[in-house]
Design a protein around this ligand. Structure first.
Ligand code: 5RP
Length: 225
């Protein structure tokens, strides 16, 4: 089974958790796209009434195009469930997110959700985090100094740039620095260090946040709670 099919089965499985009347956080990325497609079909066919809280402009547009009602997080009083993708998940279900530049909004939505589900294809599962570069959203102001500090700490930083060589910008017009650490042995310790560095708006370590992981593989999907 190819990777796209594995993403699709994970997205289609996750849509079963969405019930009429729910307020649902909608993640970002190519796997979430399949969730949105399946959700749009349920809205159209079953008349499912949900409010979506998108974590990116991309997901907001796609949801609207599919007939899904969307609201900003500040216009809802709670979120029942969020379904999102991830870039890497270790064997303890700790994750790295932010490959799609949306991890600040994704984390805000996740921590304000009663339940979080991640949907991934099986290539995202690893023994340890870190072979996927860890994204940091950083303020442009002082970012060259923050970069040097991260370099001195041995974290192998790299500014994320676009095809024209300019900085990739986040929703809040911040920059992204990716840490190419290769292996993160102690994610909670790293989280504390990054939380204490001024200039980092949010990092892509998502620790102790997910309740359910749905993994698409060649046999369909497996659900871990
Ligand atoms: C965006 C994210 C995405 O959830 C993550 O990049 C996974 O995306 P995809 O499903 O396309 O692999 O964190 O910031």
């Amino acid at each position: 089974m190819d990777k796209e099919l594995m993403k699709q089965v994970a997205g289609q499985e996750a849509v079963k958790y969405i019930k009429d009347g729910m307020t649902v956080g909608l993640g970002t990325g190519s796997t979430v796209k399949y969730l949105l497609d399946a959700l749009g079909k349920r809205v159209a066919k079953e008349g499912l009434r949900i409010i979506g809280v998108p974590t990116s402009n991309r997901s907001a547009k796609r949801a609207r195009d599919l007939g899904i009602d969307v609201k900003s997080i500040d216009d809802v009083d709670h979120i029942d469930l969020t379904v999102d993708g991830a870039d890497q998940i270790d064997e303890n279900f700790q994750g790295i997110k932010g490959g799609g530049v949306a991890h600040l909004r994704e984390k805000i939505v996740a921590i304000n959700s009663k339940k979080n589900i991640w949907i991934v294809d099986k290539t995202k599962i690893a023994k340890n985090l870190g072979s996927f570069p860890l994204p940091l959203e950083v303020t442009p102001y002082g970012s060259t100094h923050l970069f040097k500090r991260l370099d001195d700490m041995g974290y192998q930083p790299q500014f994320r740039t676009n095809a024209k060589g300019g900085h990739v910008l986040t929703h809040a017009d911040n920059y992204i620095i990716d840490l190419k650490m290769h292996s993160i042995e102690h994610p909670h310790e790293l989280e504390q260090i990054l939380n204490n560095l001024t200039g980092i708006v949010e990092h892509g370590l998502f620790l102790d946040m997910v309740n359910t992981v749905i993994v698409g593989d060649e046999n369909g999907s497996k659900t871990y709670q």
